[in-house]
Design a protein around this ligand. Structure first.
Ligand code: HGY
Ligand code: MN
Ligand code: MN
Length: 409
């Protein structure tokens, strides 16, 4: 199967006809269809298929028990109305790169695996990278059991309904100990490669980032009859906090976003009793991120007090800065010809990113690296996300070169 035909097969799964975006949320029907696609790709290539205790899928060439495996892959789930490339590009490219290596008659000296990490985006349960975090012991079983979706369904319940035994979840050090190197290919989520005129880049670091829930509680009341002075309206404090987040981020050279909100009772003609907003904030370093979040929280408390509103702030997740391992990063640069041109005619810039990835989670446990493929608009987490087919093909060639360099010495 070519890159093109794999891509075409995956394209309709979980796509909303209304928005043109993807709704591939963990443990839903669309997720199951993506997983079935992965399994078929694995088995049709004669790879050994494994579903691990945390719902991550693996396709093995060679014996995992030998250890020091080279692993590549990404994720197939999406944000609400996400693009086609964030995640799937890495998985499809992995299978295509393996096909390329077989066509080259490459001889593998290390086991190779392709992985699809479950629930990378955290669109349903609010926490990103659940599959890799569980495996790496960065999310405890107790914490995972408390994860709940917008309909009140817990993660274990959702797993069970999807036919996965939730009692098996937990740290998986033995599985991770088999991995000698993990390389994730991903569409770039910015315009650095477009601006530099390169098709493919190598990751240097991932900014520290986290998600904070702000609960503003006021008093529900009639929108027509309640005098302005008598209101305890949490929407006002929330709105002022959104502006404060923008201000703090701008001052610090960071980013801060309120992209999700839930309102109770959510009536046009009712002053809300509760406004719950989620802050996503990221910065190049920890101190800057702390400054932004502390500043937003301080402003939110002042606004809440001024409106007679109560405020609770809960940090729901946090991922510290990731500096990808220099030795592996330099190895990739060498294979892809950082100081000259690779076989594919590529020059390879090294860039940082504000986006989170399973590679970042695993980097604390195994040597990890990332390849980025040019995104001409930089748009991501949107139906408009895009990468040109010849850039995707250049990504496959680069990944094949890297896998050959690492696993076929
Ligand atoms: O949100 C992120 O950075 C990632 O795409 N999960
Ligand atoms: Mn994403
Ligand atoms: Mn992604």
């Amino acid at each position: 199967m070519t890159f093109h035909s794999m891509w075409a097969e995956l394209l309709p799964i979980g796509r909303s006809s209304a928005s043109g975006g993807y709704r591939r949320f963990a443990w839903t029907g669309a997720d199951a269809d993506c997983r079935a696609w992965f399994r078929t790709q694995a088995e049709s290539r004669g790879l050994r298929y494994e579903l691990d205790r945390n719902g991550n899928q693996w396709a093995w060439l060679g014996d995992p028990a030998e250890g020091d495996a080279v692993v590549t892959g990404s994720h197939l789930d999406s944000v609400p109305d996400g693009g086609a490339f964030d995640g799937p590009l890495g998985v499809v490219s992995s299978f295509a790169a393996l096909d390329e290596l077989r066509a080259r008659q490459a001889e593998f000296t290390r086991p190779l695996a392709i992985v699809n990490f479950g629930d990378e985006e955290g669109a349903r349960f609010g926490l990103a990278c659940v599959g890799s975090r569980l495996a790496a012991g960065q999310l405890t079983v107790e914490q995972a059991h408390r994860l709940t979706d917008g309909d009140g369904i817990t993660l274990p319940q959702a797993m069970e309904r999807a036919g996965h035994d939730p009692d098996t979840i937990g740290p998986d050090p033995e599985r991770l100990a088999r991995i000698g190197a993990f390389v994730e290919l991903h569409v770039e989520q910015g315009r650095a490669l477009d601006l530099s005129g390169d098709q493919v880049g190598i990751a240097s670091a991932i900014w520290p980032h986290g998600r904070w829930r702000f609960d503003f509680r006021g008093e529900a009341n009639h929108a027509g009859t309640t005098r302005l002075v008598d209101r305890r309206d949490p929407m006002l404090s929330y709105a002022e906090t959104v502006l404060a987040a923008r201000r703090e981020a701008q001052l610090a050279g960071a980013v801060a976003t309120f992209g999700k909100i839930s309102v109770e009772p959510n009536g046009v003609n009712a002053i809300p009793s509760l406004v719950r907003g989620w802050l996503d904030s990221r910065a190049a370093d920890q101190a800057t991120l702390d400054t932004v979040v502390t500043g937003v929280e301080k402003a939110a408390r002042e606004y809440a007090e001024a409106q007679g509103v109560e405020l609770d702030v809960v940090r729901e997740s946090f991922t510290p800065v990731v500096e990808f391992e220099h030795a592996l990063r330099d190895e990739l640069a060498r294979i892809l010809g950082k100081d000259g041109e690779s076989a594919a005619g590529l020059t390879v810039p090294v860039l940082g990113t504000g986006a989170g990835h399973d590679a970042g989670i695993l980097s604390g446990t195994v040597p990890t690296a990332m390849l980025f493929v040019r995104n001409p608009t930089g748009v991501s987490h949107s139906p408009a996300e895009y990468a040109a087919e010849d850039d995707c093909v250049a990504g496959v060639t680069a990944l094949a070169d890297v896998l050959e360099g690492l696993a076929c010495r």
